[in-house]
Design a protein around this ligand. Structure first.
Ligand SMILES: Cc1ncc(COP(=O)(O)O)c(C=O)c1O
Length: 404
């Protein structure tokens, strides 16, 4: 089990006083805090070998190339890819999904299926493809408690479906889809499967080979790593056949005035000078998370979720998603009848330095379909404590007393 009092010591910002009080950071689904191990790895790059990788042959450049490659290997190990060339560095999960949307051989009449609660990152790219190429996008309706409905997926499946692209763990309610079963169904119809793992990779063990997933997008800034970093995993045989999304320096072996000869993956997808500090920081982040243990992190989050959910129910809140906190990981998305969700977020910030998110969390489609303005969302991570959760609940209680 994670000892949050011990892990907290790794996070310099948690010992800062903001207006006289320690910050209580419950906005981890948006972005997590960074431990000193990650900050130091980035500082080390800028302070001691700030060169560009893969190009020049001097000492700085050779060290960057080596560390960049090591970071790729660390990410490979973290998601259990079969080779490091299956790991493509991107600037975030959104870019990883867009890479697939723009590079895959989808054409007019091909169908892409998603859930009905996708982050805009796995929705807008399909709207664009529909408008540009005539690709059809359809949603698989979830169960009333927002869990995935396999029968609804089966009903939607046909030979027209070329890609099933789903949020692995939802940022709306923390629910994880039964990915292995879904991917098997997609493959039965010769469709490819992509998972948006922005909210799963930071909190659970992910095994891309075990899942047999074709593409997997992740977001480094949500897993104790630096901003501006993401990863696309793809099966090597598929990546070899994908068109590059962006062309430019470092993607090609040779060019003439009329031709470009591309390098193999991953280089053909990593155009221009890369975010070396970001990749090196990502490597440090996965080392850090692995040293703590992903299942331990998940258990810790669920135990906090139980405590927060119970406290919120006692205060009359309605929680989005299934009743069982174990099915909602580290996310508690809620509304309180009679209170505005933005007022809730502002109040707990003002009163107790508790930082949560309010609004539609980039899942506008789900909220607008239900005529809802949004929710307040508390999302926890490996440094959050029960004491912090208690302060959060007390501040909601105070708000209800004053305004409710
Ligand atoms: C489920 C999900 N998908 C995609 C994203 C986008 O991630 P990124 O900011 O890395 O592009 C987010 C970010 O909140 C998310 O929660």
């Amino acid at each position: 089990m994670v000892d949050p009092y011990k892990t907290r010591e790794d996070y310099p910002v948690l010992s800062l006083k903001v207006e006289g009080k320690n910050p209580i950071y419950f906005d981890n689904a948006c972005m997590t805090l960074k431990p000193r191990q990650v900050i130091e790895a980035i500082e080390d790059y800028y302070n001691t070998y700030p060169g560009c990788g893969g190009r020049s042959a001097h000492k700085f450049a050779l060290k960057v190339t080596m560390r960049y490659d090591e970071a790729r290997e660390k990410l490979q190990g973290f998601v259990n890819a079969s080779r490091k060339e299956e790991i493509i560095f991107t600037k975030n999960a959104t870019e990883a999904i867009n890479l697939v949307a723009n590079s895959l051989w989808l054409k007019e009449g091909d169908m892409v299926l998603t859930t009905d609660k996708e982050h805009n990152s796995n929705l807008v790219p399909w709207h664009l493809l529909r408008d540009r190429k005539g690709v059809i996008h359809e949603v698989v309706p979830s169960n009333p408690d927002n869990t995935f409905n396999i029968e609804n997926l089966k009903e939607k499946m046909s030979r027209k479906v070329k890609l099933v692209s789903l949020v692995h763990t939802s940022n709306l309610d923390g629910v994880t889809v039964p990915a292995r079963e879904i991917i098997e169904i997609a493959h039965d119809y010769d469709a490819l499967a992509m998972l948006d793992g922005a909210q799963s990779t930071p909190h659970r063990e992910v095994d891309v080979q075990g899942l047999d997933v074709d593409f997997f997008a992740l977001s480094v800034h949500k897993m104790a790593g630096p901003t501006g970093m993401g990863v696309l995993y793809g099966k090597y045989g598929l990546l070899e056949n994908l068109e590059p999304f962006l062309g430019g320096g470092d993607t090609v072996q040779q060019t003439s005035y009329t031709r470009s000869e591309f390098l193999p993956p991953p280089e053909k997808f990593e155009a221009g000078l890369q975010n070396y500090a970001g990749a090196i920081g990502a490597g440090a982040a996965v080392d850090y998370l692995a040293s703590i243990g992903m299942e331990e992190i998940h258990e810790h989050e669920v135990s906090l979720n139980r405590y927060i959910s119970k406290g919120l129910w006692n205060l009359g809140a309605e929680i989005i998603g299934p009743e069982d906190p174990a099915l909602r990981g580290g996310i508690v998305s809620f509304t309180i009848p009679g209170l505005d969700v933005h007022d809730i977020a502002m109040f707990v910030d003002e009163m107790a330095n508790v930082m949560i998110r309010s609004g539609m969390h980039c899942v506008h489609s789900w909220f607008t379909a239900r005529g809802m303005k949004g929710s307040a969302r508390a999302s926890v991570y490996l440094y959050n404590t029960k004491e912090e959760a208690k302060i959060f609940l007390e501040s909601i209680g105070q708000m209800k007393e004053i305004l409710g």
